[in-house]
Ligand binder design. Sequence first.
Ligand SMILES: Cc1cc2nc3c(=O)[nH]c(=O)nc-3n(C[C@H](O)[C@H](O)[C@H](O)COP(=O)(O)OP(=O)(O)OC[C@H]3O[C@@H](n4cnc5c(N)ncnc54)[C@H](O)[C@@H]3O)c2cc1C
Length: 490
Amino acid sequence: MNATTLNRTDRTFRAGPVSRIEQRKPTVSNGRDAVGTALAPRLLGPVFLPGDEGYDAERTAYNLAVEQRPAILVGASGAADVMAAVAFATERGMPVGVLNTGHGASVVADDAMLINTRRMQGVHVDPYRRIARIEAGARWQRVIHEAAPFGLAPLSGSSPGVGVVGYTLGGGLGPLGRAFGYAADHVRTIDVVTAHGALRQVSPGQYADLFWALRGGKGNFGVVTSMEIDLFPVARIYGGGLYFRGSAAPAVLTAYRRWVKTVPDEMTSSVGLVRFPWHSDIPEQLRGRFVVHVRIAYHGSAADGEALVRPLRDVTLMLRDSVADMPYTAVGAIHDDPIEAVPLYERTAYLEDIDEDAADAFAHLAGPDSNCPLRLVELRQLGGALGRQPEVPNAVGNRQAAFLLYLAGVSTPGADVERYADAIMTRMAAWDTGAVSLNFLGANEASPERVRAAYSGADYRRLVAVKRAYDPENVFRINHNIPPDAVVGR
Ligand SMILES: Cc1cc2nc3c(=O)[nH]c(=O)nc-3n(C[C@H](O)[C@H](O)[C@H](O)COP(=O)(O)OP(=O)(O)OC[C@H]3O[C@@H](n4cnc5c(N)ncnc54)[C@H](O)[C@@H]3O)c2cc1C
């Protein structure tokens, strides 16, 4: 029998037993034959091997820090393709990774199967239940667009071009974060294909351990084919960017760090020291300049927002002020993240606080006189709903941290980004909690030891236990990996 079997009690759908030919281990010489006879006929989407026409286009990614050259590249058309692909890989002891937008590079997929979810674009909004069912390949911009006619919004991130599933599994810290929490805090159900190709419907009442681990444990437990997320009655916000001259960095950082202590949970903000490239898409007054960019997203009336933001506007003259009443559909304009594909060098930390010394250190190490080549040195204020466990707890950790620090540069020869980033991270050690967020952990830091720093000891032990239960062979290791054999103690 080669049909899919259904176990109605535990909501697990299993790919049928594989045929004899599928069970044969492929060697380098028969790999193409095995794919042609045992995998391709079970897929609706295409499958590519190195050298095939279309292989290079299929493996394109936003973050070029890692060049992906997988042994098998599957363009999944839906859950059935994912089930067949994972079953095929598991039978052959082949690791499996997922590629959607490529914003979150981690480790190389050489010798692995990479499943591209970009064809899985379905987004269905239920305005009465205020939820959206989202397929694995959808980006935030699609969900924002579909939810807007009903006056609803998802907990999307700074860039609408990021993939919903990857973002949410890694936590998901967005412009409505302090008001409503992490994206991972508002997931209703998840459909996930685990090792051996079983499709499981996971929710608070079904596979509760897996549901807890997936929301924060990222791609470690399987390939998510779809999820149901909450939408919020947010049609508009008071938001945008305050752009100051780079020379004002010390004054703006000091004002910002004092200001954040006074704002309500409905205000989510961040400050970035930004070196804008010389690019025609960038507004003329910012192009090629070093700028201090304060990002504002206030979930409340424009009048209240205006009053809250006034102390920042009063710091000094601005190059540009785009903070105004805006529809949520324009949320991407708050951060105005770059859209061109680049090899990103990234560093991150959770900080306990930002005091006067820390603000001075930023201005000194990354400010106008520093020659710092990093494109972005960013501080995001946490707290509010981000600091509280959601109704159904999940694996997102570090809720007590006050700020998230994120550094990003373009890894170009001679740019020296690493040296400058090292200097900033060393100087920040006094405020660093030692913890990290997987969504901000770049390919240069994606080791299992660093991943461990995303969790408390107890949560990491629990994640390893769930990994052992659902992926004991570590099939899903082309990611920010939690190895099943990690030594965790008691
Ligand atoms: C410009 C930019 C802006 C960003 N802004 C924010 C932000 O505001 N807040 C925030 O929290 N993060 C932010 N991020 C980080 C981003 O959320 C992560 O990089 C996220 O992993 C991207 O997911 P993706 O699917 O788009 O990327 P991909 O590179 O395609 O996927 C990254 C990883 O996500 C996992 N994954 C993706 N899809 C699946 C799936 N279907 N099943 C299982 N695992 C899956 C896999 O481990 C995969 O390796 C930003 C990143 C960039 C580059």
